[in-house]
Write a protein that binds this ligand. Sequence first.
Ligand code: NAD
Length: 399
Amino acid sequence: MAAAYRLRQLKWRFKLRLAQWLLGDKATAPHFAWAGSGSSTQLCARIAESGHENILVVTDKPLRELGIMDRALASINLQTTNVHVFDGVEPDPTFSQAAEGTALFKAHNCSAVLAVGGGSSMDAAKIIALAAVNDDDPRGWVGLNKAPEKGVPIYAIPTTAGTGSEATMGAVITDDTDHSKQIISGLALLPRAVALDPELMLSLPPGITAATGLDALTHGIEAYIGIWERGSRSETALMAVKGVFRWLPQVMAEPHNLRAREGMALAAYYGGVAINQVNVGNVHAIAHQLGARYGIPHGVANAMVLTEVLAIYGSAAAPKLEALASAIGLPEATADSFIEAIGALRASVGLPSEHEAILRHDIPAMAEAAIVESDDYFSPRLLTVDEMSTILTSICAAH
Ligand code: NAD
């Protein structure tokens, strides 16, 4: 067992060196990001200036029915740009939904995609942008940096404040055949321009506001404590963590407070910029299993797992967690007090610390699957299968 763990560690350190050598220290972020009330107007103007005669808007039905898509597109110049809509995205989008969108893109001779929605719409739009000009099967693009180099321009107007997909070169997509969540990444997936418009987030229900907010917090924390030093990950991760602690309680108390909604939109964006440089960590490796097997929303899964993973790291993460405790102004700058503050925030926004859907007999398989995924992330340290199982058991409500 100890020998197997040492071998994993050796491979893991080799992967880190390889990633450092291949990707260097260069930071990547969208070319333009506008923030503030009405900023979707600026993005629409940029789309028109870019000369796109036909664009495909990628969204979901609830957002269309709520009128959010129309508000986002209110200022697009219909004299110069024809807008075609694909609203077939569902939460945790699938390859087949992306294929439907791609067919519509081609049928209308579009030259760009504009995502209006949460992570699901943005990720579906990213796959459509690649599939529009690459005829091979998108399943072959799964993995780190395996996406084709060419895609059509992607524009994004996020309507949730959480995933940070608007700032990442990754897309999470579900395989229809086995319901597994797959990650596709590559520079062509990075949105060209983004508008963080809080007016479009006012209608977010409390449950989604809370879950997506904790998703953004997890991004900030995992990017900050990991062992891969790259670009502006420390600064942007810190802005995400501070932003969530500063604004999420206020957004929950005053859902129509534009300033607080903008604060959360920025926190999520910075979280995205941070994970775009150094990726996520063990929390995501476990949360993805919960999403794939039980459909537990991504932010809810992250929120449950986060405190448990941070506690198990021990000294490997303590100095960074102390720094985070200090950054958010806790009276005691210790790792324990920071973990307690996360637990208190999670409870105050109404998210659970355990889940009744998790079945004990599934835990060994999920722990193994989490190990496989986690070996691609540069967390403070590798966890063992037993540690993964302990974490999953601690969030299983059926004790
Ligand atoms: P989502 O896009 O799945 O949306 C969830 C629900 O919220 C939908 O029903 C949607 O209609 C509704 N909604 C969205 N905005 C709304 C608004 N303003 N008002 C009312 N309702 C609104 O949720 P999400 O959490 O943003 O995205 C989750 C997806 O993103 C998952 O598939 C996850 O794996 C992925 N993800 C991607 C990245 C990345 O870098 N690409 C990072 C993290 C997560």
